[in-house]
Each structure stands twice: as structure tokens, then as C-alpha cells.
Design a protein around this ligand. Structure first.
Ligand code: BJ8
Length: 432
């Protein structure tokens, strides 16, 4: 955090618990330095992300406060199914809310079962502990009926903050699409009420284009990761997607495109972050919110390189775009409904698209192995791991299944398992 600006009055005005927030801010820099700043041969373009991270509770929050002072609204989200295009079209700023670290679990476990997944406990803990300036800036939080844990937690969250829950179908039949399309209309009505603005074909077309540009920039960046040696670490690429949920959209797009250009030049020059033979890993499963860098960090410190992520903080976020050729507002909303229902979250049944994506991405990115990561007590991803494993075996790709949470207690054991997995993936040296 910048030393020259005192953000404490701003945090106080947002209602943060300053003492608890100080403790949180004291922990993150060491974690960040250890995971990111110790990496060798990082692309220069990562300096922007280092800066964003250093100001994630400072300058970015100041921007949100200024936006609100000018009459704008901040809308918090926890899930990929919430259409950011509509929020932007109505003059709102969408922010992904804190859910990647253990916080105030003692309080959380007073109201939620201990065996609730870490992501849910985390977002409840950040709210109950009053340490997340994003959630405290939000004029509205949008929830969704994805997994049972989230669905029920939003009822409790709604007692502490204004929440609007979107009903997400759990299947993808034509009637489900009708329900989902109606939910999009309900969201538009709610956001119009909160923002005081009216959705039009013009502002929606702009929202669609801006968010598509952001996703295109991430596609551009990630395309470079197909190369060997990989021009960027998995940790840095993950960080770029994590920041996509917080940052100003046009600025982020510009900086990611700049980084992607640099990666193209690195690929052309054969510059990598890991040796050519380093085991290439695809990571798939539950989302990884800031500061959950645990698994990519272990993989890369053990000599592997993560080359792609089939995650909500990965390809599920940037691979698909909203069509840009609709001319009426209704047709644009149809396109938005279609694009979002096409996300392959494990909350859906059946969910063959995710399995296909994992295998396709493993091939496109030349992954030597797949690490399936499920947050402990996450039923959808833990159960779907079986189908991913089976499809990968059929495709001849080794899989390591890891169930973990945000604590550091199992790091030693995970290191041992991951090192053994990477050893198995190492290609035999070609003799002369
Ligand atoms: S679209 S993955 S962001 S729901 S890890 S809370 S599923 S018990 S986060 Fe998710 Fe949207 Fe799907 Fe993506 Fe429940 Fe599992 Fe916890 Fe989860």
C-alpha cells in the first residue's frame, strides 16, 4: 500500500474495523512477495499488476468512492453468472467480492456449519469481520442459486447487506433458458432501480463491447501460454484474471494487451519462465479468489508450470464472448442470456461441456497432466472430479486430485504429492 497516502479515514468512513483490517493488510504483502516477487524472469508487464495489488484496498477503493460521490453505484458479485455488461451499461461498477482467505471463522462458524466450503466461509467472514472495503462500498450484492451452500448463505448475508439473488437453472434445456432469460429481465429492473438509470440499446452495446474487449485481451494473453517454454508463469496469468474482477475495465484491457504483446515477443525470442522440459499442468476445479495462490505456487516452486486454468478464475471467464451483432436491446439481452448459460459450472447437471473443455484445453496447451482442485466440502466439484479423471484417463492424460481449503496446514503434504506427480510427468531425456 502506498506510504504517502493515508487511506485510514476512507476505510473508517466505509465502516471497516480498522484494527482487524490492519492485521489483514499486514499479512498479504509477505504472501505476495513470497509467491510473486521471488519469481525469476517475470514479464515486465507484471509491474502493473504488482502496483494494482499494492493498491487493491487503497487507490482502487478511492476510485470506487469517487465514483459513488459522482452518483455512480458499485455492484458486488460472487459468481461468473452475473452479467457485468448490464451493470456497466447502467453506469455501475462491478466488483468481485473478497472470498479467498480465512477470516473471522470463529464468528462465521456461529452461523454456518464448520463443514461449509472455504469460499462461502470466507465471504461471510470478510463481511462479518468488516475487513473488505469492496463489500462495504457495494450498493447491492448479487447472489445466485448455484450450489446449496451459497444459496443458503445469501439468506444470511442478506441480513447484513442489500442482496438480490438471481435464480439460475441447474439444467440447460430450452425451458431453463426461458427461466434464465426472465431472470435477466428481473436483474435489469433491479439494477435500473438501484442505479436510477435506464437500459438502452446504446448503453448496452457499449457495455457488451467493453467487457468483450476485456475478455479478448485475456484471450490474447493466454494464447501465448501455448508456447514452450511458457512465457509467463501460471501464478502471474491467474493474477491477471483475478484482477479482472476488480480493476477499471478499459485500463485493465489496455494493460493486459500490452502484457500480451510482450509475451508474443518473448515467445518469438524463446524466452520462458521455466525450462522447455518443465512439466506443463492444467488446473481445473473450484475458483481461486485473491489471495488463494496456494496450488499454483506449490506446482511452480516444485518445478512445474501451469499453462492454463479451466476455472472461473481462468478460461471459464474469458473464452466465450457475447455476440456483438444484435441491433435491439431485447436481442442483446438474449445474447447475454445465451453466453452466460453456456458457462460450464459444476452446479449444472449434466455438465459434459466442462469435461470436454478440460480435455480440449489440455490438448491445445500441451498439458502433460491435469490437477483437479476442489475446495473441501464443495460437493459439485468434488463429485465431478470423478468424470474429469475418467475422461482424462481415456485421453491418456494423468490426473492428480486435490481437495484442500485456504489454510496452510496441508502445504507440506501437498508439496509431497505434487512433487511426485510432476516427477511422473517428466519426459524421459532424449538420448543423442
Ligand atoms: S460459476 S464455480 S463462481 S458457482 S466452491 S461456493 S460451488 S461449494 S464458487 Fe462458483 Fe459461480 Fe460456479 Fe464459478 Fe459452492 Fe463449490 Fe464453494 Fe463454489
Amino acid at each position: 500500500m502506498s506510504d504517502s497516502v493515508d487511506y485510514r479515514p476512507m476505510w473508517e468512513s466505509l465502516g471497516l474495523d480498522l484494527a482487524a483490517h490492519d492485521m489483514l493488510l499486514a499479512a498479504i504483502p509477505q504472501m505476495y512477495t513470497d509467491a510473486f516477487l521471488t519469481q525469476k524472469d517475470r514479464p515486465e508487464g507484471m509491474a502493473y499488476f504488482d502496483f494494482v495489488m499494492s493498491e487493491i484496498h487503497g487507490l482502487r477503493i478511492k476510485e470506487l468512492v469517487d465514483h459513488k460521490a459522482a452518483g455512480g453505484k458499485v455492484i458486488g458479485t460472487f459468481c461468473l453468472y452475473v452479467p457485468e455488461e448490464i451493470i456497466r451499461a447502467l453506469g455501475g461498477v462491478a466488483v468481485g467480492l473478497c472470498a479467498g482467505a480465512e477470516w473471522a471463522y470463529d464468528e462465521v462458524e456461529q452461523i454456518l456449519p464448520r463443514n461449509t466450503c472455504a469460499l462461502i466461509k470466507s465471504f461471510m467472514g470478510f463481511k462479518m469481520g468488516k475487513v473488505c472495503p469492496y463489500v462495504e462500498s457495494a450498493d447491492l450484492v448479487i447472489g445466485e442459486t448455484t450450489c446449496d451452500g451459497k444459496k443458503k448463505a445469501y439468506e444470511l448475508f442478506g441480513e447484513m447487506a442489500p442482496v438480490h439473488v438471481m435464480e439460475l437453472p441447474q439444467m440447460k434445456r430450452p425451458d431453463d433458458m426461458k427461466l434464465w432469460r426472465a431472470e435477466i429481465d428481473r436483474l435489469v429492473a433491479k439494477l435500473e432501480e438501484v442505479t436510477g438509470n435506464k437500459l438502452t440499446a446504446e448503453n448496452l452495446a457499449k457495455g457488451i463491447q467493453e467487457v468483450n474487449d476485456k475478455r479478448r485481451a485475456l484471450q490474447h494473453l493466454n494464447a501465448a501460454r501455448k508456447a514452450s517454454p511458457a512465457p509467463i508463469s501460471g501464478k502471474d496469468a491467474l493474477l491477471a484474471v483475478q484482477v479482472a474482477f476488480y480493476d477499471d475495465v478499459p485500463r485493465f484491457t489496455q494493460m493486459v494487451n500490452k502484457l500480451a504483446d510482450e509475451l508474443e515477443a518473448r515467445v518469438a525470442a524463446g524466452t520462458g519462465v521455466a525450462p522447455v522440459g518443465a512439466p506443463r499442468v492444467l488446473v481445473t476445479g473450484s475458483p481461486m479468489s485473491i489471495p488463494n495462490w496456494k496450488l499454483p505456487d506449490i506446482i511452480e516452486k516444485a518445478g512445474g508450470v501451469v499453462v492454463t486454468e479451466e476455472l472461473c478464475t481462468g478460461s471459464r471467464y474469458y473464452e466465450k464472448l457475447v455476440a456483438e451483432d444484435a441491433s435491439s436491446m431485447d436481442a442483446m439481452l438474449d445474447d447475454i442470456a445465451e453466453k452466460y448459460l453456456d458457462i460450464n459450472c459444476a452446479c449444472f447437471t449434466p455438465n459434459p461441456g466442462r469435461i470436454d473443455d478440460v480435455i480440449r484445453l489440455a490438448k491445445e496447451y500441451n498439458a502433460d497432466g491435469i490437477l483437479h482442485y476442489a475446495l473441501q466440502f464443495c460437493g459439485p466439484y468434488t463429485i465431478e472430479a470423478y468424470s474429469v479423471d475418467k475422461a482424462a484417463q481415456d485421453a491418456g492424460i494423468p490426473v492428480l486430485r486435490v481437495d484442500t481449503d485456504y489454510s496452510m496446514e496441508d502445504v507440506g503434504q501437498l508439496q509431497t504429492r505434487i512433487e511426485a506427480f510432476l516427477e511422473m510427468l517428466e519426459k524421459p531425456a532424449v538420448s543423442a
